[in-house]
Design a protein around this ligand. Sequence first.
Ligand SMILES: CC/C=C\CC(=O)SCCNC(=O)CCNC(=O)[C@H](O)C(C)(C)COP(=O)(O)OP(=O)(O)OC[C@H]1O[C@@H](n2cnc3c(N)ncnc32)[C@H](O)[C@@H]1OP(=O)(O)O
Length: 729
Amino acid sequence: MVNTMTLTWEATREFAVMAEYSTYGSVVVLQVNNPPVNSFSYHVRQGLVDGLEKAQRDPAIRSIVIMGKGRTFPAGADVREFGTASAGMMPDLLSVLAAVDTSPKPVVSAIHGTALGGGFELALASHYRLAVPSARVGLPEVHLGILPGAGGTQRLPRVVGVKTAIQMITTGQHIKAQQALSLGLVDKIVQGDLLKEAVSFARSIEGRPVEDRRISQKTVPDAEKVGEVVDAARKTIIRRARGAIAPMTCVQAIQASVLPFDVGMQRERELMAFLMTSWQAPAQQYAFFSEREVRRWSHPRDKRVNFKTAKPRVIKSVGVVGAGTMGVGITISLLQAGLKVVLLEVNKKQLDRGITTIQKTLSQKSASQRMSLLTTTMDYSALSDVDMVIEAVFESMRLKKEVFKKLDSITKPQAILASNTSGLDIDKIAAVTKRPDKVVGTHFFAPANIMRLLENILGKHTSAETIATAMQLGTTIGKVGVLVGNCPGFVGNRMLGPYVTEAVFLLEEGADPQDVDKAIEEFGFAMGPFRMGDLSGLDIGWRGRIEKGLTTEQGPPPATPPLYRRGNRYCPLADMLCMQGRLGQKTGAGWYRYEPGSRAALPDPVVQQMIREYRQEHGFKKRTISSQEIVERCLYPLINEGFHILDEGIAARSMDIDVTYLFGYGWPRHTGGPMYYAEKVVGLEKILRSLESYQAQYPDHHYLQPSPLLRDMVAKGTSLAALGTDSKL
Ligand SMILES: CC/C=C\CC(=O)SCCNC(=O)CCNC(=O)[C@H](O)C(C)(C)COP(=O)(O)OP(=O)(O)OC[C@H]1O[C@@H](n2cnc3c(N)ncnc32)[C@H](O)[C@@H]1OP(=O)(O)O
């Protein structure tokens, strides 16, 4: 513990302010006051220890209540402190919790908001736990690449058993007060004023012995089954973790809870140290903060485009044009957020299908209330009064221009017009309207009601107010909004281009689709490029290539060398599949084959034969390609494109790219995102040298040509953080 004699007055005052001490007769209430989430920074820890000691010294005090001021009970350790000197300063969280556990006077944790991580561990170290009905508790440390290292892996199983503890800790789920009560994690749910109720409860238990209330002194209820439970969990957890080490390490710590408490705590400490010093923990913590940091957006194009100054318009009603998969998903998201929606679809059958899907998807409980917010129509004039329209028609510039012309003439002049395009030029769309300042790209990801990413595209004339409105709408509907500039494919799909292109080149050289997918899935993606292509539909890319003039429905454009388009190397294998009607899962065949009603991708001898013949025809010699080469050849060109994007100012910061990939493309979170991975895990120099070496082998693969920015950064030793604006990271 810190020697209080050495403290300045200022510091002492700060401790007191961060854990306020007040007495209510025989009850002391310690209120943690460290907004926004009352995390356990050093001053909070010290304040709590001081408060507990003071309460022990005062003979008039017979019980202690710990609670949070403002919006929540402590939501855990202060993650920003990790790796800094303050994190190591005593008292650490373990000593705070030991002081609570061993207190001879009963300690009651009174929970509101979210008691998470170290916060919930504090509650578990207390002798009694109360919660308001809206409170949630949980141990989400696994999402930060660590484990509940303040006794959570030892105390939780002593209450709920090893099986439930594994489930809760490895998923990091938050559970509601009522469920916590039924699991025995909370003793009582209190209605009304929490402070009053907690003080009254504390008085009622004064004088009762605390020994049998200490969770640390209990035994694990399903201890004799621990081996069996861990074995059963292992397989699922390893598969779900996709390379992340924290989940299985959490299991190892939980397994030790059947040992005496002190031995288990020692094991927890060792495993925590292992995770804390791994490369994955900082990557996941970076992902956590980046998800929040992208809310502080700005763009180099215009200094008015900045979250600090730009004010959003109020959006109460939204028109959605198109009841296809995207339009329906967007509609569901808007309805779930309580917005009024007018859904327009000119095809009656499609509209009916869309309505059925919306009804089915909205949860039973709120379906009728949500559905009452929905108007459906086949008539554009129904959009005359909405505040914003999101167009979600087929990805064709001609069609989108037609729709925008109509929208411009029908909607009120101040309405914002957004296009859910996945890569078309937003300026060309805006140019057909008389309000280009109110035109913005809002790129949703399928399924739009589930996927968290919203890529918002700033056109040449998009106003700061319009961008602020699109970003605000994203927050309202629970999305992670990222602001990007306008270029073909924007950030996400533009970077996907080199990845998919290089993946197909690997087929020419000897890999099968399943080899590529396996290597990428072992890296941590939920799906490799070929399974993903089959899921999304191969015709989407094919139509895009046809629109760009790279291919035709009948094959290569006339007088085109088979393996080159516009001077660049081109592999037509995907086009060949589409020409055979193999469009992916929806047609039962694509890169793989699918049994009727099944989504399982089965290697298809027909495709293997097609690739073999193609190799023969074009003189490719099959060779064995290692997983490492597959990963590097697919991911390094994707990362390289990220450097081009930064160089051109399409993304303001590398974290905008990382968040795009984490939330829109299934990039494994434990690696932090493509740009973080490149810099902090692999190293920029190594990325550059690998690109150079592959480029020497494949001089006509233009995506392998290193970006000038990457070269420059390696030469100067610049960091990605130094390129960004407004970043705290
Ligand atoms: C020995 C080690 C023992 C234990 C380890 C731990 O306890 S690790 C921490 C475990 N706790 C968590 O993982 C909780 C993380 N936080 C959240 O899940 C959410 O923030 C929360 C608490 C549910 C609140 O969500 P809400 O949407 O209301 O707010 P938001 O997420 O935007 O957060 C507000 C700002 O608070 C910052 N913040 C949140 N949690 C922490 C934290 N644990 N440490 C530091 N900072 C935290 C967050 O970044 C936001 O900051 P801002 O500057 O406003 O972007």
